[in-house]
Design a protein around this ligand. Structure first.
Ligand code: ZN
Ligand code: ZN
Length: 333
């Protein structure tokens, strides 16, 4: 019997009678992480990893019925043993391990392995492989062209860009996702270069990270800065949706950039029209996906959102039983 199947509401565990990251309202939802495509409002009961509690309440409301588990802690529900394991994606992100009558399935949600030779990012617990019979994997960057460089190299580039702009008296506007990406940037840039200004969509999430014990440098809202000269040395973090709004015009002449895994593709860099693109992702690259799948020991792999056909075919060529689930995951803006 399959431990996790697809239903119109989302991924479903029949013996346990609960859903994982469902996209329609259900009674019981296990949530892998707080991105909007995985953590939706309206479920009756939520179960998630404890470090992500503040983020989930910030996004879904303080009053949601939320039960949390420490990483590795187990919960027995309808004879199914449930536990959550670090996914390395954003604060509190988890792989869901379910065990029933000796069978083990793991649903990964989204995950990010530490690139070879790199130090794990300190904004969330690093990805831990979990042994299982069947592994449900994302494939956001499931093409061989996606290979991330170590963070140290990337952040040295970002710091150089910011320092040059500050010297020239221009704010450095870095567009990025508000949850996860922004905090990864904050944790890794050299805050001695200048002040850091965050958009109103980013700042509440910074607070949730700090409250969970992740130290981040001081950040300000633009309304808290009265001195215009200060803004001209600032690093500004905002979602792409802030571009072209009155908010962004307060900074005057800026250098703008976008931080995303998609920046690895030349066409994306051109289309965006920014001065710079930095290849920064909170998902596994191609070698990372393959290493996580290998380390799971699974003989059967089910691929969700991303480059599904390419990864499925590749895994089949490696002799694995591989197939796909149709999901409504994918846009975490
Ligand atoms: Zn995500
Ligand atoms: Zn996702």
């Amino acid at each position: 019997m399959d431990l996790i199947v697809q239903r119109p509401e989302g991924l479903y565990c029949p013996p346990g009678d609960f859903h994982i990251d469902p996209w329609r309202r259900v009674d019981r939802a296990v949530i892998t992480h707080a991105h909007a495509d995985h953590a939706r409002p309206g479920h009756g009961h939520y179960l998630a990893a404890a470090p992500g509690e503040g983020l989930l309440r910030s996004r879904l409301g303080e009053g949601i019925t939320l039960q949390t588990l420490a990483y590795g802690e187990t919960l027995e529900h309808n004879g199914v043993r449930i536990s959550l394991h670090p996914a390395g994606h954003v604060l509190g992100s988890a792989q869901v391990r379910v065990e029933h009558e000796g069978r083990v399935w793991v649903a990964s949600g989204d995950y990010r392995t530490t690139p070879a030779g790199a130090v794990p990012d300190r904004t969330c617990a690093p990805f831990e492989p979990v042994r299982c019979h069947t592994f449900i994997t994302e494939s956001t960057f499931g093409l061989p062209i996606y290979r991330w460089r170590p963070d140290a190299e990337l952040f040295a580039e970002i710091n150089t860009w910011w320092a040059r702009n500050a010297e020239a008296g221009r704010a450095s506007v870095l567009q990025c996702y508000s949850l996860g990406k922004a905090q990864r940037i904050l944790a890794n840039v050299d805050a001695s270069i200048g002040p850091i200004v965050c958009h109103g969509a980013v700042e509440p999430l910074n607070r949730a990270y700090r409250a969970a014990g992740v130290p981040l440098p001081e950040t300000r809202l633009v309304t808290e800065v009265s001195d215009k000269a200060t803004l001209q040395r600032a690093l500004v973090l905002c979602p792409g949706s802030a571009v072209g709004t009155p908010w962004i015009r307060r900074f005057g002449d800026v250098s703008d950039a976008f931080a995303s895994g998609w920046m690895q593709i030349r066409g994306w860099r051109r289309r965006g029209g920014q001065d710079r693109g930095f290849v920064l992702s909170d998902h596994a690259d191609w070698p990372g996906l393959l290493s996580a799948i290998g380390a799971s020991g699974a003989e059967r792999v089910i691929v969700t959102h991303g480059s599904v056909p390419v990864l499925v075919r590749y895994l089949q060529e490696q002799g694995l039983q591989a197939e796909s689930f149709e999901t409504e995951y994918g846009d975490e803006a």
